[in-house]
Design a protein around this ligand. Structure first.
Ligand code: AVI
Length: 318
C-alpha cells in the first residue's frame, strides 16, 4: 500500500468510527460496536488478557487442540486447505497444521495486513513447502478465495470463540456465508465457549489486575484520539455482567456521574449510572450451538472439550 493509499484508508476508518459512535451513542441504550476495541493498544491489551489467570478460553482451547490433535486430524481427514478467519498471531493454526495429515495450503484471512503477515510468516517457517496464501479481506463480508487454491477440499478454521462476539443472527449469517465461500464438501473447525458458573464468567471479563477494564476503557481513549471526542476517562468504569436470559457476558462502560461529551460536532449526555454496551460474548450450550450451525446449513460431525467442560471445539460438515 502506498502512503497516499494508507492515509486514505486511515481517513475512511476515522469517518466510519465517528459514524458508528454517533449512531451507537444516540440510541436509547447506548452502544459501540466491539470491533473498535481493537486498535494497536486494544490488540496489545487483548493479547495480555489471553494470558490472565481468570481468562480460561485461550489456554483451554490450546489444550484441546494439543491434547486432541490426533483425533481432530482423523476427523478432519487428509489433504485439506485450511482457511482461517482472523488468524491472530497464527499460533493456533500452527498447532492445527502440525497435527493434520498432508494439509494442502494455509489461507489466513484478515482485514489487517500486519496481522496476516505475522501469521503467514509463522506458518511458512513451521511448515516449509506448504503454500501460504494470505487474503486481505473483512471476513464478515463476502470475499473470494485465491484461485491458486485449486480444488483441494477446504477446512474453515474459526477458533477463539470469536463467533460468540456476534449476535446470533450475525453468527448464522457468517457461518452460512463461510459455507458458500469454502465450497462443496467443506468442513469447519469452530471454537466456542461454553455456559458455566456466573462467577467464573464474570471474573474472566473483569480480572483482578484490571487488564480487561483497560481494554474496555481504551475505546474511549480511541474516540478521544481518533474522533476528537472529549471523554473524561475518570468519569467511566468497566463492568462485566452475565446476562442469563441471553446467555452472554456483556461488557459495559458505566458513567460514574451525569456528564456531557463532545463528539463529531454533537454533545452526548449521560445520566449517572447510564452505560455504553461495548461487547457481548455469547456462551453456548451444545444444543444451541447445533441449532445455530443447522440454521446456517452445517451439521455437527464431532466435538471435543476439556475435562472441566469449559470450552469446546466443533467440527461442522456442509
Ligand atoms: C475476541 N473474543 C473472543 C474475546 C471474548 O472472550 O469474547 C474478547 C474479549 N473481551 C474481553 N475479554 C476478551
Amino acid at each position: 500500500m502506498s502512503s497516499a493509499q494508507s492515509q486514505d484508508a486511515a481517513q475512511q476508518q476515522r469517518a466510519a468510527l465517528i459514524a458508528d459512535a454517533l449512531a451507537g451513542l444516540s440510541a436509547p441504550r447506548k452502544t459501540l460496536p466491539c470491533k473498535w476495541l481493537y486498535d494497536a493498544e486494544g490488540c496489545r491489551l487483548f493479547e495480555e488478557i489471553t494470558r490472565l489467570p481468570e481468562y480460561y478460553p485461550t489456554r483451554t482451547e490450546i489444550r484441546i487442540l494439543t491434547e486432541q490433535a490426533g483425533s481432530i486430524a482423523e476427523a478432519v481427514g487428509p489433504g485439506r486447505a485450511v482457511v482461517e478467519f482472523g488468524p491472530g498471531d497464527g499460533a493456533k493454526a500452527a498447532l492445527l497444521l502440525d497435527g493434520l495429515t498432508a494439509p494442502a495450503a494455509y489461507v489466513p484471512v484478515d482485514i489487517a495486513p500486519e496481522w496476516l503477515e505475522g501469521a503467514a510468516n509463522r506458518i511458512a517457517l513451521a511448515q516449509p513447502g506448504l503454500p501460504v496464501l494470505p487474503v486481505v479481506a473483512d471476513f464478515t463480508l463476502p470475499f473470494a478465495l485465491p484461485r491458486r487454491l485449486g480444488t483441494a477440499p477446504r477446512l474453515g478454521f474459526f477458533p477463539g470463540s470469536t463467533i460468540g462476539n456476534f449476535e446470533p443472527e450475525s453468527a448464522i449469517a457468517f457461518l452460512r456465508r463461510a459455507r458458500g465461500t469454502l465450497g462443496a464438501g467443506a468442513r469447519m473447525l469452530l471454537g466456542a465457549d461454553l455456559v458455566k458458573a456466573q462467577a467464573v464468567l464474570e471474573a474472566a471479563y473483569d480480572d483482578a489486575a484490571g487488564v480487561t477494564a483497560a481494554f474496555d476503557l481504551n475505546l474511549l481513549h480511541r474516540l478521544n484520539r481518533e474522533a476528537g471526542a472529549d471523554f473524561d476517562l475518570g468519569g467511566f468504569r468497566h463492568r462485566a455482567v452475565w446476562n442469563a436470559a441471553l446467555e452472554r457476558v456483556e461488557m459495559h462502560l458505566v458513567a460514574e456521574r451525569a456528564q456531557a461529551v463532545r463528539l463529531g460536532g454533537r454533545v452526548i449526555h449521560f445520566d449517572a449510572g447510564e452505560t455504553i454496551h461495548t461487547e457481548s460474548s455469547h456462551k453456548y450450550r451444545p444444543e444451541r450451538l447445533a441449532a445455530l450451525a443447522a440454521a446456517a446449513g452445517w451439521r455437527i460431525s464431532r466435538h471435543w472439550t476439556d475435562p472441566e467442560a469449559l470450552f469446546s471445539v466443533w467440527l461442522l460438515e456442509g
